[in-house]
Design a protein around this ligand. Structure first.
Ligand code: COA
Length: 171
């Protein structure tokens, strides 16, 4: 059974292993390995301290996936969150990503983010389908920074307005 819960300090090493494993696939994320463990620890503790959404999928006591929403840098972007997520290969295509996304968006709305953005490679059909089902739309397309013959790394920038979804108006 896979449970979705907020991350805790005890999850950090397991989360770091999963992040590193997905990064090393070199197909989906913009980095090819996880940051050092201590940087990851500092990042997670900061997320927890601020109450930013960071969910993990846990199976057998291990973190097998994550979904987080970090604030976009810059004061003018204070209410915009940037979403990132991933699952170990054996846990994909079972609806776990959809569960992580639903919980992360609920938490992002409760936190007060007005909009959530993300980037995804054009080749990542499974992720794009999941994002479109959640209501994200493509806002911009950027050429790949380092073209790759095997994978289309054209970057799609997608966004979802939480205010519209919640029936609210910008102040
Ligand atoms: C992207 C990712 C998080 C999605 O999570 P997931 O658990 O695999 O997705 P789900 O099982 O919830 O399926 C989501 C949707 O993807 C689509 N999907 C599922 N299997 C698919 C397949 N084989 N091909 C294409 N689309 C597929 C379906 O539309 C599905 O929705 P539905 O079954 O409810 O109709 C996961 O695949 C993953 O970790 N990929 C590698 C890392 C990654 O890409 N991270 C995101 C970087 S932007």
């Amino acid at each position: 059974m896979v449970e979705i819960t907020p991350i805790t300090p005890a999850d950090i090493e397991s989360f770091h292993r999963t992040l590193d494993s997905v990064a090393r696939e070199r197909r989906y994320l913009s980095f090819s390995e996880a940051p050092p463990l201590e940087s990851t620890r500092a990042f997670v503790l900061d997320m927890i301290a601020h109450g930013y959404p960071q969910l993990v999928a846990r199976a057998g006591g291990e973190v097998v996936g994550w979904c987080d929403v970090t604030p976009k840098s810059g004061p003018i972007d204070a209410r915009i969150g940037v979403l990132g997520m991933g699952l170990l290969p054996q846990f994909r295509r079972q609806g776990i990503g959809s569960r992580l996304m639903a919980r992360a968006l609920a938490d992002a709305r409760a936190f007060g983010f007005s909009r959530v953005e993300l980037t995804v490679y054009r080749s990542n059909a499974n992720a794009i389908r999941l994002y479109e089902k959640a209501g994200f739309v493509i806002k911009a397309v950027q050429p790949a920074e380092a073209p790759d013959d095997a994978i289309d790394k054209t970057v799609l920038i997608m966004a979802l307005s939480l205010e519209t979804a919640a029936g609210q108006r910008p102040c």
